[in-house]
Design a binder for this molecule. Structure first.
Ligand code: AQP
Length: 330
């Protein structure tokens, strides 16, 4: 039997090349060697207010992008988190074994809480729900970008704590990070990770950006005061552009050094833009085709929900029994 993989993305904005290089592209590769479940985590999205009609549309868009990027629904379950109620149920059960201090230490919570006017309880609970997402399927491997490393450590801690309190129940999952592209930085500010919710027209390259729009953002990207590429002294902006190029082309470190050393930034940017556009073109084409048939997308999401529900229900039943909750015969 193949080991299981779980991961997800929030439908909180336009997916960008960071989401693609850090996670989605890795998912496409893993689906041939593992039993994969890839989820659109809409319950996570609502930890911050989302206009309802926009959220519904984004969920469809993310599903379309998963498929367009190469997720194969014949071998992989594609699901919407809120359509499998056991995510929320296990979330509560795990909340009860998670010390508050563990959650207050999460850097993403601290950053989002600082930026928000009011902090919903959901924002604090977010990593417990993420732990529930993964543990609900006893996933052995979770492919994510580097920003999720801390949440994954917490997931492991919660699994171990539950296992020690109530007996071996959960598989303690491994985190899988890509070799290149694990942390794509903002083009306008390369000290901050590229993020869906960061405002600014020059910050992120969306997977659905028009070629001219994407090119313009890359040409305007922040670099440094060096005249040309120097691998010894380059700043984070140049490093980010080279990282994006390398991730899209799969060039080795040697090839990167030979080709780019001494190249002027204008030329570097042109080449990065070509690599990004070549990578995005087939995704955008498949996406446009897929979105012409909304019934198809809907049927894939129904199938995914039906495929994973027995596993999710089985785990929640075991957890409830282990915790001593009362089971009434169906
Ligand atoms: N900049 C990034 N570089 C590499 N990987 C990234 N990921 C996100 N940003 C980068 C990875 O994408 C997956 C989905 O992320 P998410 O939707 O759950 O939310 P996030 O990590 O919080 O991503 P964003 O884009 O910054 O969203 P918002 O702005 O809504 O919070 C994860 O595997 C993540 O590691």
């Amino acid at each position: 039997m193949k080991a299981r993989v779980f991961s997800g993305m929030q439908p909180t904005g336009n997916l960008h090349i960071g989401n693609y290089l850090g996670a989605l592209r890795n998912w496409v590769k893993l689906q041939h060697d593992y039993e994969c479940i890839f989820c659109i985590v809409d319950l996570h999205a609502i930890t911050v207010y989302q206009p309802p009609a926009e959220l519904r549309e984004k969920i469809r868009q993310v599903a379309g992008l998963y498929l367009a990027a190469g997720i194969d629904p014949k071998i992989t379950a594609l699901t919407v988190q809120s359509s499998v109620p056991q995510h929320a149920e296990l979330g509560w059960l795990l909340t009860c074994v998670t010390p508050l201090g563990w959650l207050e230490r999460m850097t993403q919570f601290k950053a989002k809480a600082e930026a928000a006017e009011t902090i919903g309880d959901g924002l604090l609970q977010y990593p417990v729900l993420m732990a529930a997402d993964v543990l609900l399927y006893n996933a052995a491997v979770v492919p994510v970008g580097d920003d999720q490393r801390q949440h994954m450590e917490l997931t492991r801690d919660i699994a171990e704590r539950f296992n020690s309190l109530y007996g071996e129940t959960f598989v303690v999952p491994q985190t899988s990070l890509p070799m290149v592209g694990a942390r794509v930085m903002g083009l306008d500010d390369p000290t901050k990770k590229m993020s869906k919710s960061t405002a600014g027209s020059g910050h992120a390259i969306g997977l659905l950006d028009k070629p001219e729009e994407a090119r313009k953002k890359i040409m305007r990207a922040t670099t440094d005061s060096n005249p040309a590429v120097d691998f010894e002294t380059m700043g984070p902006g140049v490093q980010n552009l080279l990282g994006i190029f390398q991730a899209f082309t799969d060039w080795s470190q040697d090839e990167m050094h030979r080709h780019f050393t001494g190249m002027r930034y204008g030329d570097l940017k042109k080449q990065v833009a070509e690599a990004v556009l070549a990578g995005l073109a087939p995704i955008q084409q498949r996406y446009a085709e897929l979105m012409q048939d909304p019934g198809y997308l809907e049927s894939i999401l129904q199938e995914g929900r039906d495929r994973v529900t027995p596993t999710a229900a089985g785990i929640v039943k075991t957890v409830k029994e282990r915790m001593g909750l009362y089971t009434i015969a169906p």
